[in-house]
Design a protein around this ligand. Structure first.
Ligand SMILES: NC(=O)c1ccc[n+]([C@@H]2O[C@H](COP(=O)([O-])OP(=O)(O)OC[C@H]3O[C@@H](n4cnc5c(N)ncnc54)[C@H](O)[C@@H]3O)[C@@H](O)[C@H]2O)c1
Length: 383
């Protein structure tokens, strides 16, 4: 069996995600391993075409990684018959226009989240892609984290009994940029540039909740800007107009209540940067990026509330580590492989532009809930 080449336009490779996770750890890592083996015994060979705004940056990335195919001319790249897939890791505000162009050019679409800044745009994109008959996928990397894979294993194995609630805690301190440089790009903190933690993180929480526990039916959220002045990449001060923390309650089928805090203004007192505690009638689990610990019903301690006596129990030590029992590749790469197999060999794939639109819907309704101070139900999307 031979080798088939698949041309992929990668737009936004000069950015954090585009370069590290998608170009280096996914597409080039697949090439370093000899390509992607398909079920029929053949190999799929991704051929990247780097696209961006800066010739200097693109040339530098290409040279450093032994690549020659790059351009600042997106329409020209999309007109090439040897390109089958368009991938987008640009800033969120630049995404819709580029995805529309790629769909019009008949390319399959793979994209970072959020797929758009508004639900209306996200639905238009999904409809456009369906009408054009192209395949489409949205990055859902958190599902591929070892900790969440183990959590999924617990759900599938019936460990929890009836699942009651999910408590998520995500965040860390993002430096303001004055006396220590900020570790995230400044556009994230400006509403006009597509920033904000709700638009950034609620789409992640949505696919995690939907795929692990079931459909999300209502949202109540409080989004705030705790730090309203920051310093950008050039050390210039700016007004931080986007929300940098969000306190959300999501209601799922079966009465499951998920409460997730997301914050770039919190100091970490956890084992990992994100942790989800799931409580069920037969057991509980705490899953992070890598680890997952459980406490079954039969091993549940019986604490008694007595504020006058210091507790002698070491509650965290009463949990048991879930073993790996598997090897977990980089999550972005694992999802790239799924998407490429979907495009090239029609293998099953979850997480299309409609899933992306549902993520944007929850973000949009979350922001509305915060503005209006009320709980909002989440209607089914009209295709
Ligand atoms: N899946 C995840 O876990 C995850 C994590 C972080 C970011 N993201 C998403 O990935 C996308 C990129 O985020 P990032 O952190 O890599 O951002 P970044 O600022 O590091 O990179 C942005 C990229 O977009 C390009 N760009 C195009 N038009 C631009 C414009 N008008 N202004 C500024 N840059 C422009 C830049 O050249 C650069 O290549 C965002 O949509 C973000 O929501 C996803």
């Amino acid at each position: 069996m031979g080798r088939t080449t698949i041309g992929i336009v990668l737009n936004g490779v000069t950015g954090r995600m585009g370069l590290r996770q998608h170009l280096l750890r996914s597409v080039l890592a697949i090439r370093q391993d000899g390509g992607l083996p398909l079920r029929d015994g053949s190999v799929l060979w991704p051929e990247p075409v780097l696209v961006g705004r800066s010739e200097t940056k693109l040339r530098d990335i290409a040279e450093r990684h032994g690549l020659t195919d790059w351009t600042t001319d997106l329409p020209a790249a999309l007109a090439r018959p040897d390109v089958q897939v368009y991938f987008d890791a640009q800033v969120t505000s630049a995404r819709v226009k580029a995805l529309q162009m790629a769909i019009d050019a008949g390319k399959h679409i793979y994209t970072e989240k959020p797929v758009a800044e508004t639900l209306e745009q996200a639905i238009d994109l999904a409809r456009l892609a369906d009408a054009a008959g192209v395949k489409h996928g949205v990055v859902q990397d958190k599902l591929f984290l070892p900790g969440l894979r183990k959590l999924a294993r617990l759900v599938e194995g019936g460990f929890f009994g009836k699942i009651l609630s999910v408590r998520g805690e995500f965040g860390y301190w993002v430096f303001e940029g004055d006396w220590q440089a900020a570790q995230r790009p400044s556009w994230n903190y400006r509403a006009a540039d597509g920033g904000g933690i709700v638009l950034d993180m609620f789409p992640h929480w949505h696919y995690v909740l939907e795929q692990l526990f079931g459909p999300v039916r209502a949202v109540t959220a409080r989004a705030v800007t705790h730090i309203d002045r920051r310093w950008d990449e050039e050390s210039a001060a700016y007004d931080a107009t986007a929300d940098d923390a969000a306190y959300g309650i999501f209601e799922l089928d079966g009465g499951i209540v998920a409460q997730i805090n997301s914050s770039w203004a919190v100091r970490v007192n956890r084992d990992e940067l994100v942790e989800f505690q799931v409580d069920g009638t037969h057991g509980s689990a705490v899953a992070g990026l890598h680890h997952c610990r459980i406490q079954p019903r039969a091993a549940t301690p019986k604490p008694v509330w007595d504020p006058d006596v210091p507790t002698t129990q070491r509650f965290r030590e009463q949990w048991q580590e879930v073993p790996d029992n598997d090897t977990f590749p980089n999550g972005f790469r694992a999802q790239w492989e799924q998407f490429l197999r979907y495009v090239a060999a029609d293998e099953p794939y979850v997480g299309d532009l409609w899933a992306g639109a549902r993520g944007v819907q929850v973000a949009e309704l979350g922001l509305q809930s915060s503005r209006e101070g009320r709980r909002l139900e989440i209607p089914e999307l009209d295709r």
